[in-house]
Design a protein around this ligand. Structure first.
Ligand code: BGC
Length: 542
């Protein structure tokens, strides 16, 4: 059955999607790791928060060498997270609450524990089972040099030698061998995996490393610039990022989804160099949506925000796509911390060994509150990362002994990794792990999390949580009917725009309070005694 395009519910165009990092959301069985039982017990919280959908990071069977982005079985749930029956129950219950559920598809690589990889490395050289991966002889007289000079995103070479002398490619950790997407079985397997989850009523998938998948024939060496940009950024004609051969694959997936009723969607995690390249992924028979990470890197200035938003709206509008906005996710320093760092700080470096005294945590949270109103007033979809609705900061002082992200070891301790944004959610003011559900969570939680917990903020006027709840409710009423946005001149350093409903969003990024006019719908913080909008504060006006 092919669904009539006109009848498809394009819910994602305006959706607020809440990212659940399942390992750290809620622990239902007390073993230290978040799980499906925990998530099911908190669906009411997500409904009351007012999100339209959740995106769940990989929950499949996995040795967790990269937090689950190393999948051993795409059709089963990791026992740490629960069972397939529980996953099905979760989807049902989420739907009963009016919440859609998006999974995370990891097609670029499997786990080294995946049966295909085990079969391949246990087979003799030349065995067809090896063709499902990139397993090749090395260079040099005795094959002791890797097939190319490619670097892994996590640091170190992208090739690892097998005991029999051949090499396999892994753009990420060695525990994540890259699949060979020229292989017909790889192609059909993933269409089947998609059907497996669509049959279980998932509403869509976020697609991991969507700009990877296809590698240049013959594995040509990368040039210096390309090596420097190995961090998944993409440059022109790169030997492994954003290659044209990706698109026929996406079209196969899209055809699978189009066979299902109910508006199923694919959102691409695609780091590509130019909007024209991104547009290719968003053609009518490819992805429905793509993440737009540009706000995440923006300086806190009116000019920077305006430029990014203008460009994003223009490039997405030109191809009929709805833009998306993201401030945080499981791969970056939380924005309540980023926004508290001095202008121009490279937050990745700062996390590793930067001066902690330069962090102004109060400013960070004040700006995070303002940016919530900014982002939620923009046309398009918004992705929220669990805990940002509590104003959680990056836990930047995790002891080295607890770091779990492969980036830390693979980079030779030159990058701290992403654990600091993956610390479990605090639900209660007190108690072991602040109600997360375990005595000993998989990452330690700082004492300050108690006062930032859901319990500490729920029903408390002026809390970050209540700000998000109010904003999400008002957004439904005033900000999703159309995609119109008009920039307004509101004075130096003041970012302002009007939406089709007439609601205006004004964000004071200048250094002094500014006057406002109109009925106040919501502010990110208190106005001054004289009714002005303070620095680092946002307002929605009617
Ligand atoms: C995910 C990361 C993961 C990497 C490899 C990224 O896009 O967001 O968390 O480590 O892909 O799968």
């Amino acid at each position: 059955m092919t669904t009539d395009a006109a009848q498809i519910d394009r819910w994602w165009r305006t959706a607020v999607v809440y990212q659940v990092y399942i390992r750290s959301f809620a622990d239902g069985n007390g073993d230290g790791t978040g799980d499906i039982a925990g998530l099911r017990s908190r669906l009411g919280y997500l409904r009351d928060l007012g999100v339209d959908a959740i995106w769940i990071n990989p929950w499949y069977r996995s040795p967790l060498a990269d937090g689950g982005y190393d999948v051993a079985d795409y059709r089963d749930i990791d026992p740490q997270y629960g069972t397939l029956a529980e996953a099905e129950a979760l989807v049902r219950e989420a739907h009963e609450h009016g919440i859609k559920v998006i999974g995370d598809l990891v097609p670029n690589h499997t786990s080294e524990q995946h049966v295909w990889f085990q079969e391949a490395i246990n087979a003799p050289i030349g065995d067809p089972s090896r063709e499902r991966y990139h397993i090749r002889p090395g260079k040099g007289p005795d094959g002791s040099e890797p097939p190319s000079d490619w670097r892994s995103v996590f640091g170190g070479p992208a090739w690892t030698r097998l005991p029999d002398g051949e090499w396999y490619l892994h753009l990420f950790a060695p525990e994540q061998p890259d699949l060979n997407w020229e292989h017909p079985e790889v192609r059909s397997e993933f269409c089947d995996v998609l059907r497996f989850w669509m049959d279980r009523d998932l509403d869509g998938f976020r697609v991991d490393v969507a700009h990877g998948l296809v590698k240049a024939p013959g594995y040509p060496d990368a040039n210096e610039e390309q090596r420097l940009l190995a961090g998944a950024r993409g440059t022109e004609n790169h030997p492994f990022w954003d290659r044209d051969g990706i698109h026929p694959i996406v079209r196969e997936w899209r055809a699978v989804l189009d066979g299902y009723a109910g508006g199923r969607m694919l959102v691409a995690e695609a780091w590509v160099p130019r909007p024209e390249r991104l547009a290719l992924y968003l053609r009518p028979d490819e992805y429905h949506q793509s993440f737009n990470f540009s706000l995440l890197e923006a300086d806190w200035t009116e000019a920077a925000y305006r430029k990014i938003i203008e460009e994003s709206l223009e490039s997405q509008g030109a191809i009929g796509a709805a833009p998306t906005w993201v401030m945080s996710n499981h791969d970056v320093v939380r924005h309540a911390t980023r926004l508290g760092l001095p202008e121009g700080t490279d937050w990745r470096d700062w996390l590793l060994n930067g001066d902690r005294t330069v962090l102004d945590a109060d400013t960070g949270v004040t700006r995070a509150r303002a940016v919530a109103l900014l982002m939620l007033a923009l046309p398009g979809g918004t992705y929220l990362y669990q805990g940002e609705e509590l104003g959680l900061p990056e836990v930047h002082d995790l002891p080295e002994a607890v770091l779990d992200d492969p980036v830390w070891e693979r980079s030779g301790h030159t990058a701290k990794g992403r654990d600091g944004c993956r610390v479990p959610m605090p639900w209660t003011n007190e108690g072991p792990a602040f109600g997360f559900g375990s005595d000993e969570p998989w990452l330690p939680m700082p004492a300050e999390f108690g006062a930032m917990s859901v319990e500490a903020q729920a029903e408390v006027e002026g809390s970050v949580l209540e700000l998000y709840r109010a904003a999400l409710a008002l957004r439904r009423d005033h900000l999703v009917d159309d995609e119109m946005l008009e920039f307004l001149e509101a004075g130096d350093g003041v970012f302002a725009f009007r939406r089709g409903s007439g609601v205006r969003c004004v964000v004071n990024m200048s250094t002094a309070p500014v006057g406002i006019d109109g009925d106040v719908l919501l502010t990110s913080g208190p106005l001054t005694d004289t009714g002005e909008l303070p620095v680092d504060t946002a307002v929605w006006l009617r």
